[in-house]
Write a protein that binds this ligand. Structure first.
Ligand SMILES: [Zn+2]
Length: 389
């Protein structure tokens, strides 16, 4: 178990992965501010032969780094940005001054996902030292806008790469996929996310004269009940059933004797590959029409579902996890959206594998120090399995 003094990067007993992780946590890279994290990574990558390209879009900094011109391209992807720390009083130590306690490293971004970045860099250093003549190419795609709007991050880098015919064959995204112990879950896809912003229009009136008004709350209630009761699908081999959730309803003018003119509702679908998003939109609108609502509905598609079919990348990742951690991983498509939604449509196989996610986005975020070292071994083993004989 690492002791408290083991968080000193200058201490020769500190594993290289941990030293780099501590340096990254000290940079308060709240979205979209990269705070120099990518330059720190690029410096290490240039030392081992990578060509590093900073791609800046708006206030977002992205890093594309590549070593080699050959196919296949194995890319490690991730983000340097972190979510804000939240209530500082609830942190036992400064979120941007990493601390080691009970074998854990505490700090914002320790699990999501600076430990994966540190593990990747050190894995690359070891791998290239051992296999300078490996097959194919290695690459890194790092953004500072994963936790934010994600408009100027991975999506724009992928578009840029596509425009110059640069293709990623295999992508390992270091998102914290593990649930209870490192290695228990590998993500092989994600559900789609489709949001609706609905305005139901009525006629405002005196509560005592309902016949002269048209109450949008009364009109919407049965439609909402039906939306909530609808079984959209029963899922498929790779995805759980599609879920519809209402997240907000607003109406009312604030007086007890007035029925409102308008109701605004927000809802969200997390949907499987059973659906195209257009189909969900049509079915929803048909339901609202059946209830004879006068409405306006704006849609926002934040990510289509994606699924990586069984193949070399999944095989290599499963084997590496089994060998290095001794854990038999479950292949899952659960959780929220990730930047995999931008990488997969370009024709890349994508898996997500990283540390335990129990504390991500919370106060006192932490990662087990030993897990960071083991994670680095898993990444190194994936490189060996895919790029050496
Ligand atoms: Zn993340």
């Amino acid at each position: 178990m690492p002791g408290d003094n083991e968080t000193d990067p200058a201490d020769s007993r500190t594993p290289a992965e941990i030293s780099l992780l501590l340096e990254l946590i000290r940079r308060p890279s709240i979205t979209p501010d990269d705070s120099g994290c990518q330059e720190l990574l690029a410096e290490r990558l240039r030392n081992i032969g990578f060509e590093c390209e900073s791609m800046v879009f708006g206030d977002v900094t992205n890093l594309w780094a590549r070593k080699g011109k050959e196919s296949p391209v194995l890319c490690f992807a991730g983000h340097t940005d972190v979510v804000p720390p939240g209530n500082l009083a609830e942190w036992r130590s400064d979120p941007f001054e990493p601390q080691s306690r009970d074998g854990n490293i505490y700090g914002r971004g320790s699990a999501d996902m600076k430990s994966s970045l540190a593990a990747t860099i050190v894995a690359l250093e070891r791998f290239l030292n051992q296999y300078p003549e490996h097959a194919g190419s290695l690459a890194l795609l790092i953004t500072s806008d994963e936790e934010g709007p994600a408009r100027d991050g991975t999506l724009k880098v992928i578009n840029t790469l596509q425009a110059r015919n640069e293709h990623i064959d295999w992508c390992v995204l270091g998102e914290p996929s593990s649930s209870e112990t490192l290695g228990d879950i590998i993500r092989v896809g994600r559900r789609g996310s489709l949001s609706g912003m609905l305005t139901v229009k009525g006629i405002q009136g005196h509560v005592a004269y309902p016949q002269l008004a048209d109450n949008p709350i009364a009109r919407f209630a049965p439609a909402l009940a039906e939306l909530l009761e609808t079984e959209w699908d029963s899922g498929n081999d790779s995805f759980p059933p599609t879920s519809f959730q209402v997240v907000d309803i607003q109406s009312g003018v604030g007086a007890p004797n007035v029925t409102p003119a308008e109701l605004k509702a927000r809802f969200n679908f997390r949907y499987s590959t059973v659906w195209e998003h257009a189909g969900l939109r049509e079915k929803t609108e048909a339901l609202l029409d059946r209830h004879r609502l006068n409405y306006d509905l704006q849609w926002h598609l934040s990510g289509k579902p994606f699924l990586t079919e069984p193949g070399q990348l999944i095989d290599a990742t499963v084997q590496a996890v089994r060998e290095v951690t001794g854990v038999d991983p479950e292949l899952s498509t659960g959780g929220g959206t990730s930047d995999g939604r931008f990488i997969s449509p370009a024709g890349s196989e994508v898996v997500e594998f990283g540390p335990v996610n129990a504390s991500i986005h919370k106060v006192n975020e932490h990662v087990r120090a030993d897990d960071v070292v083991v994670l680095s071994r898993v990444y190194e083993r994936i490189m060996q399995l895919l790029l050496t004989d």
